[in-house]
Every structure is written in C-alpha cells, then in structure tokens.
Design a protein around this ligand. Structure first.
Ligand code: G3P
Ligand code: MG
Length: 257
C-alpha cells in the first residue's frame, strides 16, 4: 500500500466502543434512489436503516460533498472531473435525473447538509473518503476536520473509511479522535500492521474475502469488521453469524435493518 514515508504509527482510541448498527445502507439507499443524495438517505431511513455509507470528496474550492466517481458523468448532468468545479457550480447540478424521472432536480449534497439530516434523524454515518486522484491528503484532512466539527456534540461519531492510506493518515492527524476503518477489496497479508499503523478500529472488506476464520482473527487483533456490498439476505445472515459487526447493503428493501 502507498503511504507517506515520514508517517509514524498512529494509536487508535483505546476507549472507543463500537456503537454502530448491524446493517448499513450503501450510498444512502443502494440502488433504490440516486446514490449519495439526501433523497437516498431519507429512503434508507424510511426502510428502517439507522446507519448509512456515503462517498465524500472535495470541490475545486475545498467543500466536502457527496459523489462516488472521480468524474461527474455517470451520476450528474455535467461532465469532467468532480474537483474541476466550485461548490457554487456543483450545487446547481442535477444528481437525480440519471436515476429516474422521480428524482429529477435532486442536487448533490454537502457533507454539512448530510450531517444535519443524520444527526436529526439519529442515523449513524460511515463516511467513505473518496478523493479525486492526487487530492488524497487534502481530502482526508478536510473531511476529518469537517466531520469533527459537524458531529462535535453527538454521542456516536461518524466512522471515517477509505481505500487510501494517505487519506486515512491525513484524517488521523487532523481529527485523531474520530474512528477510522481501512477499506480493501483484496485481503492484505499485512492487514494488522496496516490497521495498527493507521490507528484504525476496523477493517471494511469486500464480503467475498470474509469467512469465520478471518473474522475471528481480525477480532482477536482488537478490530471490528464491516463487509460490503451484501445484497443476498442469506449471505448477510451468514456474515452476521460469522461475527461480522456491520453489513453494508444496497438491498434496503429486502434485508431488514
Ligand atoms: O464503503 C464500502 C463501499 O462503498 C466501497 O466501495 O465503490 O461502493 O464506494 P464503493
Ligand atoms: Mg463507498
């Protein structure tokens, strides 16, 4: 994994307790509503979900907002890199019409707007830091600082997750008290060393990588386990029976939270 050579080991908070639900709605409400919008978060909540995963990156002027891809093409009515536009420009976009006519006009939200909704509705958040390429450190730091301020007075902090070790390092330095999870789509041989070095409280793994033996080993190391993206109820039950702490799903209408 890529990392900063000057980086020193970070300690996670030893007093941290896993306060997150067993099920988490992927990108707000999976595929039932336009991903990473307030409409999707409302729909996930209406289906009983009290935790959501979102993807967050920075506008050209440093505003944290929700978008999965590095470009605007797939999920908005604009084109090109997401960090080429200011927030003022991004806020004018349509992030709903691509999904279905019902959601035409749904705007991309800021992290701040999502925080207001989640805090008011008691929805825990898994903030995936998803930097546009080249902005990993800046994004990790900015998102962590924003999150620390936005959730300052809440009992359950947002979980910061990322595939980018650089983003997690920056998040750890910017807001050390916020819990972090290392995302991976391949099982890292040196997962324990990486998680320790980054001060993570959890691994957030592609579900096909997980079985009971691995979950037990991760737990034995003092870490929690999230699994994504699990849309088959039988597989969700199997993972929970194997000890997975939180299952992330698109199927909010099928898998009961
Ligand atoms: O956080 C888990 C999952 O969202 C990671 O993959 O591509 O859906 O953001 P992706
Ligand atoms: Mg994600």
């Amino acid at each position: 994994m890529e990392s900063d050579p000057t980086f020193q080991k970070l300690e996670s908070d030893p007093t941290f307790r896993w306060a997150y639900p067993a099920f988490c709605a992927h990108r707000g409400a999976g595929k039932l509503a336009p991903e990473n919008t307030l409409a999707s978060l409302r729909l996930g909540h209406a289906h009983g979900y009290r935790m959501a995963e979102i993807d967050v990156k920075l506008s050209a002027d440093g505003v944290a907002f929700l978008l999965h891809d590095a470009t605007l093409d797939r999920t908005t009515n604009a084109h090109g890199r997401a960090d080429a536009l200011t927030w003022r420009e991004l806020s004018q976009l349509d992030a709903g019409r691509w999904h279905s006519p019902t959601y035409a006009g749904e705007p991309p939200p800021t992290l701040a707007a999502v925080a207001r909704f989640c805090i008011a509705q008691n929805v825990a958040l898994n903030i995936e830091i998803k930097p546009t390429p080249g902005r990993e450190r800046e994004t990790g730091a900015a998102v962590a600082l924003d999150a620390a301020a936005l959730w300052a007075s809440t009992a359950v902090p947002p979980l910061l997750s990322s595939f980018s070790p650089i983003a997690l390092e920056a998040a750890a330095f910017a807001a050390p008290s916020l819990p972090r999870a290392l995302l991976a789509d391949q099982f890292p041989d040196d997962w324990q060393a990486h998680a320790t070095r980054l001060g993570c409280v959890a691994l957030d793994l592609k579900h096909s990588l997980l079985d009971r033996e691995r979950v037990d080993a991760i737990h034995a190391a003092g870490l929690r386990v999230l699994a994504w993206t699990v849309n088959d109820p039988a597989r969700a039950r199997e993972l929970r029976a194997s000890g997975v702490d939180t299952v992330i799903t698109d199927a909010v209408d099928i898998i009961r939270a």
